[in-house]
Design a binder for this molecule. Sequence first.
Ligand SMILES: NC(=O)c1ccc[n+]([C@@H]2O[C@H](COP(=O)([O-])OP(=O)(O)OC[C@H]3O[C@@H](n4cnc5c(N)ncnc54)[C@H](OP(=O)(O)O)[C@@H]3O)[C@@H](O)[C@H]2O)c1
Length: 272
Amino acid sequence: MKILVTGAKGMLGQDLCPILEDEGFEVIETDVDTLDITDIENIQSVLSEEKPDYVIHCAAYTNVDKAEEEQDTAFKINAEGTSNVAKICKRLDIIPVYISTDYVFDGKKQGKYIPEDKTNPINVYGQSKLDGETAIQTCGKYYITRTSWLYGHHGKNFIETMIKLKDKDLKVVDDQVGCPTWTVDLAFGIINIIKEKKPYGIYHVCGSGHTSWYGFAKKIFELCGYEVNLKPCSTSEYPCPAKRPANSVMENNNICQNWETALKEYLELRCE
Ligand SMILES: NC(=O)c1ccc[n+]([C@@H]2O[C@H](COP(=O)([O-])OP(=O)(O)OC[C@H]3O[C@@H](n4cnc5c(N)ncnc54)[C@H](OP(=O)(O)O)[C@@H]3O)[C@@H](O)[C@H]2O)c1
């Protein structure tokens, strides 16, 4: 089976592609230099030439705070770019797998979000990704995998930021809860959906269990054996350009392992 990956040089793409190959898929890696999703003719020509069975669409504008001032760019890539991918996939009968986000929700729900819950993004990035979801759904045959609090060995992420700051006095937000997700677990989650030919639709693919950013930071330092002056704070004490949902916890039906086990594995591999 042949799979084309967009945004293959990103944090997820760099873990996903080798895992897909190990799992026996033929993989075509593309990024903005070889397949620019804002250029529909470029997509048409690459996809008709490669004729993949699936497109795993990882390419995105992912700077959540900067998106507030760069709205046009965020929508051009995440909404229009994804609409381009959807149109060509539909035309060529290719199944798109779109990576979406917990930020499509407003965070006001008590309890875990399920795929059918009402979306209501509270920042530009979330709205642009939701527009991408809407575009993908026009394909009829599609998968949308919503993930959250993603980290991997090939990108800037919360764990690496915390480790860099370990010698400082740290205050970390304790009133936003969510599901930290390792890119490797997300990759296997996506592969399971494809291999098991699950019904088309929306899936939540994130670490099992949940924590706050403060709880996440505390666990990182505990597992690393660092003594850090770490204190919890509220969102109002740490203002950011983009609002974040207070509750990002998604029901994932155990598609991925527990976030603490995943974090331990990530840190062990990091030290090798
Ligand atoms: N990171 C998270 O916490 C998180 C959480 C939930 C969902 N997601 C979603 O998961 C997916 C993967 O995220 P990630 O963290 O791996 O993102 P990433 O590291 O920012 O990777 C995105 C890739 O897309 C490329 N790209 C940007 N514009 C493009 C264009 N016009 N055409 C083709 N490629 C383009 C980027 O290239 P440049 O670097 O050159 O711009 C980059 O290589 C994204 O869809 C994201 O929205 C991420």
